[in-house]
Structure formats: C-alpha cells, structure tokens
Design a protein around this ligand. Structure first.
Ligand code: DGJ
Length: 680
C-alpha cells in the first residue's frame, strides 16, 4: 500500500495490491495515479483521501460529518500537523481555526497480511459527531461486484453479491449490536477471482454496536469504501471520538487469501487465550437437552454421559437463576434458584469436575425482564422508553450507567468467586431500542473488568446464536456461538461462509438432537458429528436419546477431533471451488503445509449422477501427498464401483491434486466425506 499526499493535504492511497519492487519511485506512483480532467469536471479532481473532505468538493460521501455544539455544520479543512512511525504509521492533521485534529493510525502485520486502521478526531470544545469513517480506502477498478454478508436467526453469514454501479451501496445496522442481519464484512473479488484464485480485497469493521458501510462508485469512476459506527450513534457532544479498528487485506490467492488472513489475525492477534497451550476442550451444552427444566439428577446423569462421549467442559445454560422457568422473567436476578438447586450450584459443579470436565455457565448480563426483582427495584436502569416494544419479553440495561455495570459485575463476580468456573456463555438476545455507542462501550468495559479480575475464565459471545460476532467482541472473548441452528445441513453452509472471516479456534459447532429443534429435520449422527468436528466441537443433544450406534459414531468422531485438534487449531481453512453446487468443501491445512484434512459435505442430491472431481488448493505442486478417504467404510451399497479412494490411500503430486482433483465414491445426500492428506 502506498500513501501519498499533495502538499499539506490529507493523504490518499495511490497503490494497494501485490507487492511492488523495493525502491519504486513513489513520486512517480503518486503522479501517475492522478486521473484526467475533462468537460463537466472540476479543474482538478478532489483527492479520495483517508477522509474525503466535503469542503474540498469531494464528489461523494465525506469521511466526516459533524456539527458544532450549537448545531452549526462544521466543514473542516485539514492540514498536515505531524507523524509518528514508532508503532506503525500515525499521521496527524489539524484545522486550527476549527480547533479539530484528525489522526490516522495504520499498522501492517506482515505475518497475517492484515492492515489495521483507525481514525481519531479531537476537538477543543464539544462537538456533535454524525459520521466518522475509519481510514477510507479505495476499491479496485478491476472488479464487477462486491460480496457482503447478511443473515437472520438460524441463518447467519449469507453472502450477497452486488454489482458495482454508479452510486452507493450502503449497509447500515441500526440494531445496536453487531446483528445477524449485517455482519460487518466485505469482500471485493477482482475479475475472475474464485475461492482459490485471483485477486481479492477484504474488509472487516471490529465493532459490536452496529456499523455503517458505504461502497461508492463516484461519477468519475473511482470507488471508495467507508466504514464507521452506525450513523448518529454518538448521542452526546464530545471532544474525542474514534472509529473502531478497520481490518483490511489484499489477496492474490482468491477469497481464501482474505479468509486465511482474517482467520490468522483473529486467532493469533485478536483473541487472548487464558491457557494458550491447552487444547480447545470438547463442549457439552445442556440447552437443547433440558431448556429451563433444571433437575439435578437429570443434569448429573447427562453430565456423566457427556463425559463418556468425550466432552471436557460442561456448560450450564439458561434457567439456573431467579425464578427462570421460561423466558418471560428473572433476567438480572443473578442468584441461584434455590427451588432447582437447594444446595446451590456446588453439587452439580462437583459432579461435573468428578467426571473430568470443567464447568461453564450462562449469563445474559446486559438484559433485564420487567418481571424481575431488579426491574421492580430499579426501573430506571432499563435502556429506552417505558412503553418500548420488548424483545423476548426483555429490555436492555443501560450499560452507560456505572451503577448498572457495578451491579452486574458484583452478581457475576459472586458466582465466579464462589465456584471453580472456567467459562461464561455471554448471551444478548434482543436488539437495542436505538443504536448507542455508549452502550457498546459500557458492555466492553464490563467484560474488560471481569476479564481483568478473572483472567482464567473464557467467554463465548452469543446473541441468539450469531448476533454479536465481530473482531471487537473477539478481542474480549474466545468463542462465538455461530448460530442457534444445530441443523447440520444449515451449519455446514453457515460455517463454510463464516470461515471467510473466522478460524476454527473460535467457531463453536455442536452436535444437536437427532431431530433438529429449529428446523424439524432429522439428520444422521455421522453427518451431525462431522459437521461439528469441522470447528470447535461440542454436543448439545440430550445424550439419553442416543442409540448405541449413535453413541459409538459420536465417540469415534470426537476421538478423531481430539487427535487432530492441536494442528487444526492453527490451520488455515481454505474454501474449495466445488464444481458441484450440492457439495460444500473445505481444506484445513497445517501452517507448515505438512498435512491437511478435506471435508466434502454433500448437502443435497447432485444434478449429475456421478460425483464431480474435487480439486484441492494451496499445495506444493512438486511434493507427493498421501491422501486417504478415512470414512470410506460408510460408502452405501449403491456405490457399486471401485473408485480408487474406496480401496485405500493414494500417493499423488500436489500438482495433480490441484489440477485434476480427486474422484470420490457415490454417496447419499446429507453425508460428509473426510480425506486426510500428508506431505511425504
Ligand atoms: C439464545 C442462545 O443462542 C441459546 O443458545 C440459549 O443460550 C438461549 N439463548 C438461552 O436462553
């Protein structure tokens, strides 16, 4: 990336792409970047700078919109004021007359190939901020479309392809949380790019309070991408504002180059692991087994069975506190329900520990039910108007109030101090009445305080499944509950597309009940187990429903996952270019390239009768790989031929695997082929 500035003006990105030879003449690059002027244009084209300025007649969306304390619009004109290169690049610009400074912080990470970028605005007196973009980056001309991400409850990470055209594509999330609806990510494939090849650009805005993305093609053809907090979410005038961190990356290896950069950056730079050398434990979560019906003998029986299947952490979900017999009451009454746990949580936790598992517990800290003791005592702690429409019968607490944060902290700390708890499932089941950056900052402050005082406790970010997934929350948590859908077919698709941004290490995936509770679909245990084994594995069914066969399959796949999790934790997930739309396939590859596993999930019946060849990616062409279809014994009787992978492993070159690809045996829909590869 090359930044250049004319005189003392704001800098603009004049090159962003494949590495250029060292020693390039940057003055020439700057001069050669300028576009021509013709009829109907200004006499010089305003810069598409890191913060395009309205006052300089920029012909598109400006990077900053603010008003003075009395409401007068401010149109600052920034001039160079200083720089600091001690930690990345910090460039400061000032408008002395307006009393404003703007600082851009850019930091490249050569190992993950991510550039982080942030904008900070300071004012000498309080001003109203409407819009502050993180450093504004250009989008490539060699691209016909952009891919952004929408979703819904039980249907997260849906990719949308939109053609570039003159004007703006805006994504604005006004729900006050990251949201299922608008994951803050964008991929821009260049002409011909696929998962595995071509050039692509990737963006992610790391903020949990709702974002705004502007992808604009200017009348002159230039393209810009802006990211910031959702518009007007700064409720009060202030003297200092900052954008969240924007994560940007460029790839020469298709969308996978962006995906693996984001995966590496999340796992190795953003998440902090309380016990980095401890493998990710297999989870058991009791939600879909018992819901609110907590009975100690049942839970202890379930815990025993879960441990026998291979679980290593037992997570007690919603229903243990207050009078929480359903979702209409008790949120914020964070004391143990003595009707369900007459001797407290101790007996259950002791039993869980006796099975060799650690113990985790569910909270929904930012929420309150009107039917709760705390709401009766402090109705003013709720965010929004008294007559607001409830969400799941609950309101959000006003996290900007220190007394609210102290209260929640005290209740949570009491549980964490009294018991040996190593995990919190942190839920957030409703949208906010209005977007409010103070709310997000309040939530972050509470999490930060708890983490400082209980550094050994991991946190899972859940919001009705994947409603709060972003790199801001992942700086404070270690796992995301990707979706409330434990339907293995839906999960296969959701986690496939989520891998464009998320690594295995943080992506929870559970084996659900035989008949899925959110889709009504019945799926074979083998498919359910292998889909969960693609990410951070866990179980969420009632283990008492398992037949001996189901228990055996689950135990076997769980044991496979444990044998492989150490290297898979650090692996890159590459999405394969499957020529069959019924097959979703990925290749998880060790960072040193020495081994990989390919999961080829057949989500539906194929149009053609015989499986199409599946090409692998990112291998050494000249190396020889041993490839084995490890679950070939599950080929059904209707697979009557002898494709070679059905008979045993093969040894072939990386070039062959990448340019011809493997021919898999015929299989039923809703099944997964699993291939292990080793570089010889
Ligand atoms: C929503 C979550 O996504 C579920 O997994 C579960 O924890 C429930 N909330 C509990 O109320």
């Amino acid at each position: 990336m090359v930044l250049a500035a004319t005189g003392d003006r704001l800098p603009q990105v004049v090159y962003w792409g494949a590495p250029l030879p060292m020693g390039a003449d940057l003055d020439t690059l700057h001069a050669a970047h300028a576009i021509d002027v013709t009829g109907g244009m200004l006499d010089a084209n305003p810069d598409l700078s890191l913060c395009p300025e309205a006052v300089r007649s920029f012909p598109g969306q400006p990077g900053l919109i603010l008003r003075d304390g009395d409401g007068t619009p401010l149109l600052p004109k920034f001039c160079y004021a200083g720089e600091d290169t001690s930690d990345g690049l910090s460039l400061t610009y000032a408008d002395d007359a307006a009393g404003l400074t703007l600082t851009f912080l850019l930091r490249p990470d050569p190992s993950t190939r991510i550039i982080t970028a942030k904008t900070v605005l300071t004012a000498t007196r309080p001003v109203h901020l409407h819009w502050l973009a993180a450093p504004v980056l250009p989008a490539p001309q060699q691209s016909a479309e952009m891919i952004d991400v929408s979703g819904r409850w039980c249907g997260e990470f849906q990719l949308n392809r939109t053609a570039w055209s003159p004007g703006i594509r805006t994504r604005e999330n006004r729900t006050g949380r990251t949201g299922h609806e608008h994951f803050p990510g964008l991929l821009i494939p260049c002409f011909g790019a696929t998962n595995t090849q071509g050039e692509a650009y990737g963006f992610h805005y790391g903020w949990s309070g709702g974002h705004r993305m502007v992808a604009e093609e200017l009348p002159d053809g230039r393209r810009q991408v802006q990211w910031g907090h959702v518009g007007r979410s700064e409720q009060s005038p202030g003297t200092r504002f900052e954008s969240a961190t924007l994560y940007a990356t460029y790839s020469q290896t298709g969308l996978n180059g962006c995906a693996t950069s984001f995966q590496r950056h999340v796992r190795d730079r953003i998440v902090t692991w309380p016990k980095p050398d401890t493998p990710r434990p297999v989870h058991y979560n009791c939600w879909e087994a018992v819901y609110f019906d907590h009975k100690l003998p049942v839970l202890t029986d379930i815990a025993t069975r879960a441990a026998e299947l291979g679980a290593e952490r037992f997570v007690l979900d919603d229903g243990w506190f207050g009078m929480r017999d359903d979702d209409t009451r008790s949120l914020s009454d964070w004391t143990v329900d003595a009707r369900k746990y007459p001797d407290g949580l101790g007996p259950l936790i002791d039993h869980v520990h006796a099975q060799g598992m650690t113990f985790g517990i569910w909270f929904e800290p930012e929420m309150i039910n009107p039917d709760s003791d705390i709401h009766r005592a402090h109705p003013d702690w709720a965010l929004g108007s008294e007559d607001q429409t409830l969400g799941r019968q609950q309101k959000a607490l006003n996290m900007a109030l220190p007394e609210v944060r102290d209260f929640i902290y005290d209740r949570m700390a009491a549980i964490l101090s009294a018991h040996d708890v190593d995990y919190i499932k942190w839920d957030h089941n409703r949208v906010l009445p209005m977007p409010d950056a103070d709310q997000t900052r309040g939530s972050y402050a509470l999490i930060d305080r708890l983490r400082a005082d209980f550094p050994g406790v991991e946190i899972e970010s859940c919001a009705s499944g994947g409603g709060r997934i972003d790199f801001g929350i992942l700086g404070r948590t270690q796992r995301v509950w990707l979706s409330d859908s434990n339907d293995a077919l839906e999960r296969l698709r959701i986690q496939h597309d989520a891998a464009l941004f998320l690594p295995l290490a943080v992506t929870g995936s559970h084996v659900g009940p035989r008949r899925c509770h959110t889709s009504g679909r019945t799926i074979d245990i083998s498919m359910r187990a292998w889909v969960a084994a693609q990410r951070h594995m866990g179980f969420e069914m009632d283990p008492r429903e398992l037949t001996d066969h189901e228990a055996a399959v689950l135990t076997e796949v769980t044991a496979w996952w444990k044998r492989n999790r150490d290297w898979m934790h650090h692996a890159d997930i590459h999405l394969l270019d499957s020529p069959d739309p019924a097959v979703l396939a990925e290749q998880q590859q060790a960072r040193d390239g020495s081994r990989f596993v390919v999961f080829a999930g057949k989500a539906a019946t194929s149009a053609q009768i015989s499986p199409r060849t599946l090409r692998f990616t990112s291998l050494e062409p000249d190396a020889t790989y041993r490839v084995e279809l490890i679950n070939r014994d599950t080929a059904p009787g209707l697979s009557r031929g002898t494709p070679i992978l059905k008979t045993g492993p093969i040894e072939v070159s990386g070039a062959w695997l990448m340019h011809q690809g493997v021919t898999l045996p015929w299989h039923f829909p809703e099944t997964m082929w699993v291939l292990e590869g080793t570089r010889l």
